[in-house]
Design a protein around this ligand. Structure first.
Ligand SMILES: [Zn+2]
Length: 84
């Protein structure tokens, strides 16, 4: 997993951490994505996709409902797994 990602022109640091209540989180103020270390590699990838979509929604003002973010996470993760 890369530890820096540019999303919409902003550089986010990506850190795997223990003790996170959720599978992942994103802070726009600090430009930090946190991924829960205590999950499988596939769950980590899916969580990262989720947080990237959260960032798209915020940066591009898409105002995506959380259910839509979760569905896109599942769809993009499956597409990635099935084709790469
Ligand atoms: Zn979310």
């Amino acid at each position: 997993m890369k530890n820096k990602l540019k999303i919409g022109g902003f550089t986010f640091s990506v850190n795997e951490v223990s003790g996170l209540a959720e599978s992942g989180s994103v802070s726009f103020d600090k430009s930090i994505i946190l991924i829960n270390k205590e999950q499988s590699d596939d769950r980590k990838k899916s969580a990262l996709i989720h947080e990237i979509i959260e960032a798209f929604s915020e940066i591009y003002n898409l105002q995506l409902p959380h259910q839509t973010i979760q569905t896109l996470e599942a769809a993009i993760f499956a597409f990635y797994k099935d084709n790469f």
